[in-house]
Write a protein that binds this ligand. Structure first.
Ligand SMILES: [Zn+2]
Length: 90
């Protein structure tokens, strides 16, 4: 989405829009969460999230105005990366 790298979808993180209090907020999918609706895909690299935030690509991908909580997204990505590397190390 952000860097245009061609990688398998399985190796990407997916984000979706969550409706809360009348606002559309972009959040990462939880591992194992049912993947429905429109999604945005992001490499498992922090630099790609930063690039996506900087370029404001989310509104374009979701074709609507969305709310971006940058700090929350950064935290989610770090948590997801930690989970992933733990699983890979076993
Ligand atoms: Zn990327």
């Amino acid at each position: 989405m952000a860097c245009g790298a061609r990688v398998a979808q399985a190796s990407l993180f997916r984000l979706h829009v969550e409706e809360a209090d009348g606002e559309a907020q972009v959040v990462f999918d939880e591992p194992g969460e049912l993947r429905t609706g429109r999604g945005a895909y992001l490499c498992r690299r922090r630099v790609c999230l930063e690039r996506a935030l900087k370029k404001r690509v989310f509104s374009r991908v979701f074709r609507r105005t969305v709310m971006i909580k940058e700090e929350e997204l950064r935290g989610s990505l770090v948590a997801l990366l930690n989970t992933t590397s733990e699983e890979c190390g076993r």
